[in-house]
Design a protein around this ligand. Sequence first.
Ligand code: MN3
Length: 199
Amino acid sequence: MAFELPSLPYSVGALAERGMCQETLELHHGKHHQAYVTALNGFVEKNADLQGKTLEEIVAFANGKADLAPVFNNAGQHWNHIVFWQNMSAAGGAIPGKLEAKLVEDFGSVDAFKTAFKTAATTQFGSGWAWLILGSDGKLKATKTPNGSSPLATGEGKVLLGCDVWEHSYYLDFRNRRPDYVTNWLDKLANYEYAAAQL
Ligand code: MN3
């Protein structure tokens, strides 16, 4: 069973007024994410070790194996983007009370959470991701991973939110201004309902 590109949970134009234009979503979902899925299916077709495995199992199997780096990168990016599309909403930015209380408990304030997340996002050198995770110690943390890696691969914790900081995520809307993209993402796009549901 080949892996498939999931449909977006909103129309391609739904986030335009919130700082992510239709062209960004068309290219990011229809071209970039599709390319990861197509490449992954090509690897699975040629490698019996990968056949019959779930996406999460392929990420774990390929993780750290030099000869399977392309498999890890494409499987990881498929997983990351499945999360990413759900992590945005045309009604984004509003933080449910349950999550707000936990953010205040673990970061000190909602602003302190946003600062920590922005720091993770803007200090990720080159391509990668910023994450809000629930660590195994029960505390929320802001982290980052390079390229196609993720907290699923590193085992750091359960993902509540993931923000794509590859340039293809923001160049049409924010040019080179990654900090502005991340600020806008947290304030207007982030689906905190999804994040709260993971707690
Ligand atoms: Mn991307």
